[in-house]
Write a protein that binds this ligand. Sequence first.
Ligand SMILES: *[C@@H]1O[C@H](CO)[C@@H](O)[C@H](O)[C@H]1NC(C)=O
Ligand SMILES: *[C@@H]1O[C@H](CO)[C@@H](O)[C@H](O)[C@H]1NC(C)=O
Ligand SMILES: *[C@@H]1O[C@H](CO)[C@@H](O)[C@H](O)[C@H]1NC(C)=O
Ligand SMILES: *[C@@H]1O[C@H](CO)[C@@H](O)[C@H](O)[C@H]1NC(C)=O
Length: 340
Amino acid sequence: MVKRRYTLLALILLFFFGVLYHFQNQQSSLISTFTRTHFITKLPKKEIQQPVNNQTYPAFRHPLAPPYPYPYEFLINQPDKCKDRTPFLIILVNGRINDLEARHAIRATWGNESNYNVDVLRLFSLGFLGSVSDRTQKMLEEESKAFGDIIQQDFMDTTYNLTLKSLMGIEWVTKFCPKTSYVIKTDNDMFLNVDYLVHKLLHPELPVRQNYITGLLVSGTGPLRDKGYKYHVPKEVYPNDTYPIYCAGSGYVFSVDMAKKIYDVAQKIRVIPIEDAFNGICLHELNISPAIPPRDIFNGHHIQYNRCQFHKLITAHSYKSDQLRSMWQDFWTLKSSGCK
Ligand SMILES: *[C@@H]1O[C@H](CO)[C@@H](O)[C@H](O)[C@H]1NC(C)=O
Ligand SMILES: *[C@@H]1O[C@H](CO)[C@@H](O)[C@H](O)[C@H]1NC(C)=O
Ligand SMILES: *[C@@H]1O[C@H](CO)[C@@H](O)[C@H](O)[C@H]1NC(C)=O
Ligand SMILES: *[C@@H]1O[C@H](CO)[C@@H](O)[C@H](O)[C@H]1NC(C)=O
């Protein structure tokens, strides 16, 4: 009798959570929400991990966990970029579709490939707004034809899907330009000193490193659980209370072998919405530690422009397109003249 009452209670609870999930994710049927709720609460971590493209995978997924692995398609691609060239460095720039001004500013400043005496390839990584007939999408296709520097897959371009954008970038490198030497992932509101990166950190005259990744190191942090945060991460999405050490997403550099390694391991573990912390989780799985960079060259914060200082750093954060253009005018024409 008592047992039956508990069963009834359990059923009512299950139904309640099922309905809750249904409203959170209108596309799923009640059946699959039941399955999802059930498995999220009952399955240990190992069993939630699914093999590549297992179609049952979405049924286990928390709504805030980016759906992955999933066979996302390139809507805009540059598959032939590396047919006739072998870049030394690929710059993958994450941003949003509407950031047209930022892309133009980058093309005219640090992202101008013809500035450099090694082969540098620039690509903007973008998600999707949901409709191929959309005017913005059409304009993006035009922009891609004009500049040949946009890649886009058909995942929704949202904050919680940011990790998918970086995964797309390394997927592209792995599939379409595996002979490059190094890759840097950065964002479209950054200042990037490519010459310093190439000649003072990577050294084209030396053999390409292996298992190399560096950037602004972040350690001793963990997921923000409070729903009030813009980037909160529930336990169902990432159960541990700490993140492994990782490189801040504002700019991390890696040898090309790492692109495939991170891409491969990402197919086997649960993807979390925090892009840079997820990279650290992949490194943790791969048992590879990020290299400690020289002091103060990778900055994730805003630094007031100063020519001499900027000639000795690689990244600084948060510049509007106009600011970037005027900084660059000075930085590029005067070089480090007058600096010690
Ligand atoms: C997907 O994973 C589930 C659970 O591990 C398994 O039962 C199922 O057979 C897999 N399906 C495919 C198509 O691999
Ligand atoms: C890039 O640099 C080249 C050579 O300095 C210049 O001719 C070209 O106009 C620049 N491109 C842009 C978009 O500013
Ligand atoms: C992420 O993208 C997928 C695929 O387009 C979409 O179904 C999902 O709702 C997006 N997730 C979030 C949290 O925006
Ligand atoms: C999460 O915690 C478990 C148990 O302590 C540990 O084995 C695992 O390596 C941790 N994962 C990460 C990504 O830190």
